[in-house]
Design a binder for this molecule. Structure first.
Ligand code: GRF
Length: 190
């Protein structure tokens, strides 16, 4: 199975997935890392892991439709079977959704349906919940609304800072996401 990872920034989840592929824990190949930011650190990570990487930005296109058409073409060129979003900070448009039905997964740093959107960790922290967590889900046309595949809870200690909570959440992400992807790959390769 051929995976593409889409990421906009740091790429620590991409790194965790790449390591899991390398270790043989995920029976798939990452054939493409795409970033919508030409200076994203995730591009360095792809290079260090010898994974083909491409980047272009929305602002280089006339509109979002043209941007997505270019992305779709890139995915088709690389014969991608499954799209893994890992900190990809854009909404997936109709074209991509139709081309990859139930073949786009995302990770969100909260227990959906609670705290969707851009600031899942901070929103949970500020709401003073005693428990938050991580969700892996399929993408649909809403924001963080698609069918949930897996969740893991993370306790919030009353003493802890936002930074400490972020660290804890990311550690859970780096374990959970590769595990869930391995499972999806296994199921869909049957
Ligand atoms: C993660 O917290 C993920 O849940 C969210 O964006 C963040 C990406 O972090 N969607 P990284 O780029 O993988 O380090």
């Amino acid at each position: 199975m051929r995976l593409a990872v889409l990421a906009s920034g740091n790429g620590s989840n991409f790194e965790a997935i790449a390591q899991a592929v390398k270790a043989g824990d995920i029976s798939a190949e990452i054939v493409l890392l795409f970033s919508d930011h030409r200076d994203a650190y995730v591009l360095e990570r792809a290079k260090n892991n010898n994974i083909p990487a491409e980047a272009f930005e929305l602002k280089e296109f006339e509109n979002k439709k043209a941007y997505e058409a270019a992305l779709l073409e890139l995915l088709a060129e690389h014969q991608v079977d499954l799209i893994v979003l890992a900190g990809y900070m854009r909404i997936i448009g109709e074209g991509l959704l139709e081309a990859y039905p139930n073949r786009i997964v995302n990770i969100h740093p909260a227990l959906l349906p609670n705290f969707p959107g851009l600031h899942g960790i901070k929103d949970a922290f500020e709401a003073k919940v005693t428990e938050t967590g991580v969700t892996v889900h399929y993408i649909d046309s809403g924001v963080d609304t698609g069918p949930i595949i897996a969740q893991e809870a993370v306790a919030v200690d009353s003493e802890e800072t936002l930074e400490q909570l972020e660290e804890k959440i990311h550690q859970v992400e780096h374990q959970l996401y590769p595990r869930v992807i391995a499972e999806i790959v296994k199921e869909t390769s049957k």
